[in-house]
Design a protein around this ligand. Structure first.
Ligand SMILES: Nc1nc2c(c(=O)[nH]1)N[C@H]1C(S)=C(S)[C@@H](COP(=O)(O)OP(=O)(O)OC[C@H]3O[C@@H](n4cnc5c(N)ncnc54)[C@H](O)[C@@H]3O)O[C@H]1N2
Ligand code: MOO
Length: 398
């Protein structure tokens, strides 16, 4: 019978992250395919941002001087035009947003702020601010400075910054190969028919979707039956993957032989069992170079533990530098209780600064519905038995 320990939550987090000792190889991808990929090299600025001093507004460009009431319009400058300085005394340019500002102009007056203007002259308002409505060369980033660090997972926002540099290809870490499968004779895949004595596999698909939400693609590898030799042979075929994510078969039951089948393939557990609810039998370790993350079978426990332990671990293994969830200040809406002596992972909703625990924290780890509508998680310490209404807490958003 497997021995399930009771590791402290913080130790489990620490030990799990310690399993990510390597980084993937790198490859080059087009910026069009860079979304969600992790930068393998720092990107330095090679084109000033902006590249030239330009007008932030459509208007008039001139050299600021006090006590000037009227300027003659010398020339019109459109975006893309390059105009050599040519202003005489009390002259200005008519200029459009984004157009390069000639060196003899240092201030822009938007059309709508002029006292009046016609085709040839502009009457200035009484108040003018030197340097206004200009976007200065290199004010956002100068050539040679760091734009993005290694380990950044690129969103559309980072891609916008890279696009400003005319970058077409970026070096990223190769995607992790992740296999997901479930264990249990009672389980049927969705394309099969589950009779009244069988159930559909929830975990493989819920975990696959959870990973996808965090930018990781995984392969659904089906259900492993509760049979030691079959499971052992099954795990032996998984050598091409970087990560295995299993669910079920890790507690004390007679059919819970996931650990034994893994051990037969060289698996060494970093830990098996955490002092938390849900997630007591969660197990993490390595099978050679393959990272193995085994979640409990109960669907809610599998999901929440994969969120808390597997997502940060995958981020680290993928080479990302931001791996921890942000903790957000919240006020607890309605008092709820829990058993102390272990860390409790409490599901709930978070809206407008207020956390509301699902069903006053009275639900089972085999349930699915508490996940619906929950968008936040509160993690207790081992001492806490009750959280009062209006108590300040810190939560994590799903
Ligand atoms: N004597 C003890 N019994 C149990 C303990 C314990 O410490 N001592 N721990 C309990 C805890 S906590 C949990 S959580 C469960 C988890 O056990 P396993 O990881 O071995 O999971 P299974 O026994 O295989 O399944 C549990 C439950 O979940 C259903 N299941 C499993 N996989 C799926 C799936 N892919 N989709 C939907 N449902 C799934 C399965 O049918 C069972 O109902 O053990 C407690 N027992
Ligand atoms: O702690 Mo188990 O993982 O939920 O019932």
């Amino acid at each position: 019978m497997p021995h399930v320990h009771s590791l402290a939550f913080d130790e489990a987090i620490k030990n799990s992250l310690a399993l990510a000792t390597t980084k993937p190889h790198t490859e080059w991808v087009s910026l069009f395919d860079a979304l969600g990929r992790t930068l393998a090299k720092e990107i330095t600025c090679k084109k000033n941002l902006p590249s030239y001093t330009n007008a932030a507004m459509d208007g008039f460009a001139f050299t600021y001087k006090e006590n000037v009431e009227q300027l003659r319009i010398k020339k019109t400058i459109l975006a893309g035009d390059v105009v050599a300085p040519c202003l005489g005394e009390n002259e200005c340019y008519k200029i459009m947003t984004g157009a390069k500002v000639p060196e003899d102009a240092d201030t822009i007056l938007p059309f709508e702020d002029a006292h009046s203007y016609d085709e040839t002259n502009v009457v200035l308002p009484s108040k003018l601010k030197k340097g206004s409505a200009l976007r200065l060369k290199g004010e956002e980033a100068r050539i040679g400075t760091c734009l993005l660090s290694e380990g950044v997972c690129m969103t559309s926002r980072e891609i916008a910054l890279l696009a400003s540099q005319g970058i077409m290809m970026v070096e990223v870490y190769k995607k992790l190969h992740i296999a997901i499968f479930s264990t249990g004779n009672e389980l049927k895949s969705p394309w099969e028919n589950a009779n009244e004595n069988e159930i559909y596999d929830i975990n493989a698909i819920s975990l696959l979707s959870l990973l996808k939400e965090h930018g990781f693609d995984a392969h659904y590898c089906g259900v492993v039956p509760d049979h030691l030799e079959t499971a052992t042979a099954y795990f032996a075929q998984m050598k091409q993957y970087d990560v295995l994510l299993t669910s079920g078969g890790v507690s004390m039951g007679e059919a819970d032989f996931v650990e034994r089948a893994l051990v037969a393939n060289g698996f060494e557990a970093s830990f098996h069992g955490i002092n938390i609810k849900p997630g007591k039998p969660t197990m993490l370790g390595k099978m050679g170079s393959i990272l193995v993350t085994s979640m409990p079978g109960n669907p809610l426990a599998a999901y929440v533990n994969a969120f808390v332990f597997v997502i940060p671990l995958l981020k680290k293994l993928q080479g990302q530098t931001t791996i921890h969830f942000e903790k957000i200040d919240a006020l607890n809406q309605e008092a709820f209780s829990m058993r102390s002596g272990r860390v409790n992972l409490v599901l709930g909703t978070f809206s407008k600064g207020v956390f509301h625990a699902f069903g006053k924290n009275k639900y089972g780890s085999g349930m699915v519905k508490p996940l619906i509508g929950s968008n936040a998680l509160w993690i207790s310490d081992e001492k806490t038995e009750r959280v009062e209404a209006m108590e300040a807490i810190k939560i994590i958003l799903f």
